[in-house]
Ligand binder design. Sequence first.
Ligand SMILES: [Zn+2]
Ligand SMILES: [Zn+2]
Length: 340
Amino acid sequence: MPHWTVDVFDNGAVRLGTNTVCDGYARGYAFRVQSHLHDDHMAGFDKSKGEQDLFMSPETRQLLIAERNADLEYRDNLIPLERGLERELPDGSKLTLLPSGHMLGSCQVALGLPNGIRCGYSGDFAWPLDDVMQVDELVVDSTYGSPASIRRYTQNEAESCLLEVVCQALRRGSVHVKAHRGTIERVLQVVAGNVGVPVLASSRLIGEVDVYRSHGFGAEELVALDSDAGRAVLNERSYIRLYSKKDSFGNELKEGTSVICSAYMVGTDHPLLQFSERAYQVALTNHADFEGTLAYVEATGAKRVVTDNTRSHGIDLAIAINKYLPQVRAEPSSNSSVPS
Ligand SMILES: [Zn+2]
Ligand SMILES: [Zn+2]
């Protein structure tokens, strides 16, 4: 891999060329691109904020401001870049962000280097996608990069399954649903108008849903846990409570049913795992599965692919790409130590 222009450092920062990193900090790199806001992509953000120019979609920037409401809004190095538009960076490279279908604001990152090489980072992505970036060298997310992560059901089926489980469980009491940011908003859309009970959430999550709403996301009103109305709902027999970032799920559910939304470790054939009468997992996910990941790599036209081996199944995925896409050469990221 020595002559490739892309790699991933041990801290998860994805290197595109010699001046740009994505989703991590590296000293000496003038630019950072933020593909989306999940925690495993936010490493070193405060350090980056002090030293680098940061590029992200306007939606990601808005979510960040809603979450941290600090000085971010007034910083001129937090640069919004509309997805689909090209922007020339001061070093002559050309940056384009494209939607990745993973959460509000999430993007694929394409960078045309001054030497003509087009490189890119997939970010976390769903499949299929309307618009796939065209690159020579690619760093691809490997979350579901293992051949064990094939899903023979659609996300529509996973959504129907979720609604069924929630409706049945509501007859017995409260329902507690946990999911990542982006997926939790999908849960809200699935249950909206179908359940007839109040939906409770933390103020943080309500602020996040407000940003989603401002981008055309239709969702019913949530009740804030720390409000009088919220406390009253907690005494009712039947309600839904949503849990996402920073919301503790607790060790014990005194009554009611828990539903975790994630495709992680769910089998191939059916989107539902039942742990007990009161505990379920539904494979609702905004991540491509193994086959979707291979299809994405092929669609980018990349000839050289680095699989991100800092966050997940990079080795399995590199082996699979070399096996199924013979025109592509794939290697797991080197995870070399980051300049700091
Ligand atoms: Zn993510
Ligand atoms: Zn991720």
